[in-house]
Design a protein around this ligand. Structure first.
Ligand code: NAD
Ligand code: MN
Length: 380
């Protein structure tokens, strides 16, 4: 029997609440399909920072390195820990450290989930955003500078506001040829595998960012030329944001840089019923990949047991597929779809009164109910 080792970082706020349900569901899937999951928990995050002064131990990455996958809830304790600490020193450190360059966020509304558009049917919408997750404005380069600093004086003359400020901040975006090419190739291959409209839409903004986005566009044209069977188009990211609302059915695969993809995917989450329903994964070709719902620690609802675990459970299904357990992944997705369509068990974000644990139990029950014909693959 295959046994997979998964590093679990539940994190802060609703992170531990939703990850607990994900683990229950994935473990139940393992029992049904005849594979084992060994969960090793790491109590890292902003709570850990309050106790130790760091969000993960200095050798955190080498601890994670040998796991088959990482399952992350969310980090962040705004008001208690500086906002940049959790995301930068944990989430981004892991993404950068393991070169998890492809942040993949499917946008497929489930029947029964809240759907905000009147002019489109939910079943017409089925696309995926591939966000480059290691470069761009999130690389962490820059600084804050005062008059007299070399960096300040170099830009002082560019704007009246710069000249009369007591401080400026530089936040530098870095885009690389290899980084663009890698994520774009990933997007084109995904469009082939999906076998749908076979269209890759690139989110750009060359009119205002003529260095970084021009490099992005140039590489996109090169990569697109290597996939003649797949359509390619570029759209300015602002217009694309509008089209996510006006005609989301036209998209198949969207490829975007780090910050554009971050914003577009929270917008896209509204199409699937909100952040509580939107899954995500960060794929690496060289180290462990990480599976995490795109939502944050949701301090406004944390501790009440009412967070929607669907995003975390569906991220867990992506984890199973990555481990090679595609049948189990599909079964988890089907069980979630059945619970959402049934409508009896919903958390408040979906208009119900159910708890996080009740939704998790309903998914486990749906998984078990339809389990009869699966049998157990005990021979491989
Ligand atoms: P958020 O995603 O935590 O919350 C945004 C809104 O969506 C809130 O109203 C919240 O209640 C709701 N929501 C989110 N997930 C939900 C769920 N599963 N069920 C029901 N409702 C849900 O974003 P935010 O408020 O901008 O950030 C809160 C904290 O999380 C901050 O500290 C931020 O830095 C951090 N954060 C961490 C990650 C990460 O760990 N990857 C990602 C985003 C934000
Ligand atoms: Mn985000």
């Amino acid at each position: 029997m295959a046994v997979y080792r998964v590093a679990v970082i539940p994190g802060d706020g609703i992170g531990p609440e939703v990850i607990e349900e994900g683990i229950r569901v994935l473990s139940a899937a393992g029992e049904h399909f005849g594979f084992g999951l060994e969960w090793e928990h790491f109590p890292w995050g902003c709570g850990y920072y309050l106790q130790t002064g760091h969000v993960m131990p200095p050798d955190g990455l080498s601890i994670l390195h040998d796991f088959d996958a990482i399952y992350l809830g969310a980090v962040g304790l705004p008001g208690q820990v500086p906002e940049e600490v959790g995301v930068r020193d944990l989430v981004l450190a892991i993404r950068f450290g393991f070169e998890q360059f492809a942040n993949v966020r499917p946008v497929r509304p489930l029947p029964g989930a809240p759907f905000p558009l009147k002019h489109v049917q939910p079943q017409e919408v089925d696309f995926v955003v591939v966000r480059e997750a290691t470069e761009c404005l999130y690389v962490g380069l820059g600084g804050r500078y005062q008059p007299g600093d070399r960096q300040f004086e170099a830009v002082r003359h560019l704007r009246p506001t710069f000249a009369r400020s007591r401080e400026i901040a530089l936040q530098t975006g870095v885009y690389s040829e290899a980084g663009c090419r890698r994520v774009m190739q990933y997007a084109f291959v995904l469009a082939c595998q999906r076998g749908g409209r076979r269209l890759v839409s690139s989110a750009t903004k060359t009119n205002a960012m003529a260095f970084g986005m021009k490099l992005w566009d140039d590489i996109f044209a090169e990569v697109a030329a290597a996939y003649p069977d797949v359509g390619a188009e570029w759209q300015n990211v602002d217009a694309m944001a509008m089209r996510f609302v006006t005609e989301p059915q036209r998209f198949d695969v969207v490829v975007a840089g780090n910050i554009f993809g971050d914003i577009l995917t929270d917008l896209a989450a509204a199409l699937v019923g909100g952040l509580g329903f939107a899954p995500g994964a960060n794929y690496s070709l060289t180290g462990p990949s990480m599976f995490e719902p795109p939502h944050g620690s949701a301090p406004d609802i944390a501790g009440r047991g009412c967070a929607n675990p669907v995003a975390a459970i569906l991220s867990g299904a992506m984890l199973l597929r990555h481990l090679g357990e595609g049948e189990a992944a599909a079964a988890v997705e089907e069980a979630v779809a059945r619970v959402v369509a049934g409508g009896q068990t919903r958390t408040p974000d979906a208009g119900g009164t159910g708890t996080t644990a009740q939704v998790g139990s309903a998914v486990v029950a749906a998984l078990r109910r339809s389990g009869g014909h699966w049998g157990t693959r005990d021979a491989d």
